[in-house]
Design a protein around this ligand. Structure first.
Ligand code: ZN
Length: 271
């Protein structure tokens, strides 16, 4: 009996990597994780996707993982590989986010669509969604240098939306209220992936920042960039407005990180 128990314990110890770390992150946030590894090549995998890494010197590495706001709470595996060899296995402990409920009331035509409007809506969403997975040559960093505008946050990230009393998709960005005409600046350099005038999102710009990061800015009064153009950090991309389904002048800013919906605030000016 004793031998069996010892064998079982040995087997369990053998299965557990010696240097496993556990990182805790809230749904919809970016986990910043670290690793000590003496080698030139290292990759980071979680949720079946590869995530950006940075060599910090002295065999120290930093990596970032985007946790979609609907990721199941609980433990998820994090694999560090050199080539095909797994050199370490960590865990990401995802905890539940506290998301507010948000009710808005809009004109009927902005809540219930006729067939041509619905077709237009699907066509536009398809074009926007295609930008989320476009590869752009990487910036050295994933950190936003600031918010695109200053203002009051009118709807937080992740809020469960009700439009005219009906539940919709959760709010995949933050809404910042500011006067119409306020200049919107790129929070990080990148390539303009899309400029469009959408039925619900209004005048919209998508920027690919590299490293799988894509920012989307909506409800603009005017846009100041062209598709394909490269923009610098803090370059003007447009002005605040209330185009599309909007109840007042504000900027909607959403970020996809390897297609995960993340809170932009989790990567503004943090290391
Ligand atoms: Zn919004």
């Amino acid at each position: 009996m004793k031998t069996k128990l010892t064998l079982l314990l040995c087997a369990m110890l053998w299965l557990m990597p010696a240097n496993a770390s556990e990182w805790t992150v809230i749904q919809g946030n970016v986990a910043s994780i670290e690793m000590d590894y003496a080698g030139d090549t290292l990759s980071l995998t979680c949720f079946g996707k590869k995530w950006p890494l940075k060599a910090k010197g002295n065999n120290h590495w930093q990596g970032w993982i985007g946790v979609d706001l609907k990721t199941k709470a609980g433990k998820h595996n994090v694999l560090w590989r050199s080539g095909k060899t797994v050199v370490a296995e960590d865990f990401l402990n995802v905890t539940k986010g506290e998301f507010r409920i948000s009710h808005i009331t809009v004109a009927k035509k902005m809540a219930e669509f006729d067939k041509p409007t619905l077709e237009r809506y699907y066509r536009e969403v398809k074009v926007l969604k295609a930008t989320y997975t476009k590869q752009v040559s990487a910036n050295p960093d994933i950190i936003m240098f600031g918010k695109p505008i200053e203002g009051i946050e009118s709807t937080p990230f992740g809020a469960q939306r009700y439009v005219n009393g009906k539940p919709k998709s959760p709010h995949s960005g933050i809404d910042i209220a500011a006067p119409a005409g306020t200049v919107i600046e790129a929070p990080l350099a990148g390539r303009i992936l899309m400029v469009a005038d959408m039925y619900l999102n209004g005048k919209t710009v998508a920027i690919g920042h590299g490293n799988g990061l894509v920012s989307v800015f909506s409800h603009m009064q005017s846009t100041a960039v062209k598709q394909g153009e490269w923009v610098k950090t803090r370059q003007k991309i447009g002005e605040v407005g209330t185009t599309g389904r909007s109840t007042g002048p504000h900027l909607h800013w959403g970020i996809r990180f390897n297609n995960a919906r993340i809170n932009p605030e989790s990567i503004v000016n943090v290391q």
